[in-house]
Design a protein around this ligand. Sequence first.
Ligand code: GLC
Ligand code: GLC
Length: 810
Amino acid sequence: MKFGYFDDAAKEYVITTPKTPLPWINYLGTNDFFSLISNTAGGYSFYKDAKLLRLTRFRYNNVPGDSNGKYYYIKDGNTVWNPGWMPTKTDLDSYECRHGIGYSKWNSSKNGVSASVLAFVPTDDTCEINQLKLTNNTDSVKELKLFSYVEWCLWNAADDMQNFQRNFSTGEVEVIDSTIYHKTEYRERRNHYAIFTVNTKIDGFDTQRENFLGAYRDNHDPEVVFDKGACTGSIAHGWSPVAVHEISVKLEPGETKSYVFLLGYCENPDNDKWESKNVVNKKPAKALITKYQTDADVDKAFDKLKTYWDNLLSIYTLESSNDKVNRMVNIWNQYQCMVTFNMSRSASYYESGIGRGMGFRDSNQDLLGFVHLIPERARERIIDIASTQFENGSAYHQYQPLTKRGNSDIGSGFNDDPLWLIAGTSAYVRETGDVSILKEIVPYDNDMSVATTLMEHLKRSFDFTVNNKGPHKLPLIGRADWNDCLNLNCFSEHPGESFQCFGPSEGPVAESVFIAGMFVKYGEEYAQLAELLGDTAEAERARKEVKIMYDTVLEAGWDGDWFVRAYDAYSNKIGSKECEEGKIFIESNGFCSLAGIGVKEGLAEKALDSVKKYLDCKYGVMILQPAYTVYHLELGEISSYPPGYKENAGIFCHNNPWVSIAETVIGRGDRAFEIYKKTCPAYTEEISEIHKTEPYVYCQMVAGNDAYIPGEGKNSWLTGTAAWTFVNISQYILGVYPTHKGLSVDPCVPSDFGDFKVTRKFRGASYEISVKTNGSQKGVKKLIVDGQEVEGTVIPFVEGKKNYKVEVVM
Ligand code: GLC
Ligand code: GLC
């Protein structure tokens, strides 16, 4: 069952009922100012950091689930309604929410009045614009009241939801004309305030929440709107500051009136904070307000946003006979890559924005799907991430985006982390050809006195694995590898202990076959970077180490029909036929195979057949089977989840593309695509009632076969799935892969995929690539570049050449 449809021409998903199975959200903002916004206008806004600089208040896990946002109440006689349906939940005569790329739009109507709202964050200002238009579709005059409503968050979102003994006394506002200034804590250490304003004269306002809502009432039936019909002019002193505008609207038959509301973040220099005693300097606010006064101003900013995205989305485009793949590749998958790059795992409807900062491993992987869009930002991110690495090559697992410093609460010891830095850097250099990044001087743990080149950082990443091997000569796992919940050194016995932080960060025994797979894949990429710098000796040394690891995996990491997952702290196998539960895992099989381990020996094929046989289900490839049914002290969090959920035999969408990529490595296009389809939102849209999460983006986890409701998705938007599926479809299935020497085209598609075209902007040139598949799954028979046949699959890169016309015959 569907709750809407894709409008590909507009690059929008159109939601046709507010009663979606879960809130379906969108992200506004591209650089510093962001908003989460649901199909019922719920959500919140923040500047740069969802924890420390949150502008509006949201109540996670509240009832109803999505109950704070930017709301507009329309009072028409005795009827009160909202264009986004929430929070009054008044039945609407029509409702439509269009989530677009960086904006959301509503078109709703009730009793002959229609309302449209356009919400977006302009590309170059720190504000969200809401343009609200009201139209009278009846034959008689309509006299309406319009009320706006946002509830301020007292900046630090964590403190805001727990430190009430202080917070109930700190709230402060100013109201000048139609602008409400939220200035809590500005008198002391803050140099920023927020505004909520509208481009018309108002008839009233409220800034004290209880004055607006009334005692024992909530935002679904505010006293001011329902009973009093007029605001009280309250000025918040402590308690909970809000911003409410009251506007009388008279509409002649057929008339439309338009209002521009603006929620903004403003900063002043420390020495210029005040206009006079306790009166904030309003210069930055006035500049913002002046800039967005008219519909024409809004149109201009909105056009700019559209152009911004059209340009980005023109970097990789696909034309094929498969509309679902076209729309994922051309629109939604790349869009989600941008959002995960910006948000990491901080703020979604499942990540509360107060927990994790930027993950070392997560951010490096997010880069893989983002680097082609804005390489300069990827470059900056790589340097930021590398700056939190330790001198011995290990790394802080997370860092805070605002301070860019490593997060000592979680610390280090996740032994896959260092290798992801090689993955991210290699992707950047292959995309851009910018070798200079390798020579950048980058600190360790933010300490410039011990800084070295980025290449030296990568060397230490590589050597961290070389120097930290266990009894089988496989890499030590530490606190965990990619699977945060495989905690083999933790042995936690008490509730509340963090599985990721409890116990020693180093264990001298437990080993990861997954990290071994990573080492083989990214060790080779490291060797290539060394070659680029002319260091053939280092490349040779690296390849020797890679060869040793390859052989070790075949020796100690092969179980007969698939790759072992790990060895625990007693050196017992995990993910082996010897185990009672957790006999086979996805990660080692996917990653070792995609790294090429066992391909020539025929073992990769065997492993992938086993994955299909034991881990495949209707909704994707499960992380492991059989699920753990009891808690294992020696395995940690993985066995803490009920069977079928999360890391205990759920379908982790993130590592499904690894298996799909591995299938392309051995040339099985049909199977690679079958796996791609299973978790692909454009396909799961059909079962939205089961899947529940947004049908235009990936979610982190889908419940596996052992779960109560298999196929149920959770944790949408902020997942490494976005980047990895984009890498999979664009670079492996469609096969347009950036190498150091130029773009390579070597597709691996299902036999009925048909011919297709890819356009790609790469290192300043445009490529028009036409592929004739001839029903083949893999294998390029002919590569013709501008009429000239070329050997192999790489289009030779010619400096300065602007256009390439490429024909590929399979
Ligand atoms: C989450 C984490 C990621 C981890 C994965 C598997 O997605 O953000 O770092 O690899 O879970 O545990
Ligand atoms: C990842 C995992 C989750 C785990 C968390 C710890 O998000 O998906 O299960 O609890 O990491 O950081």
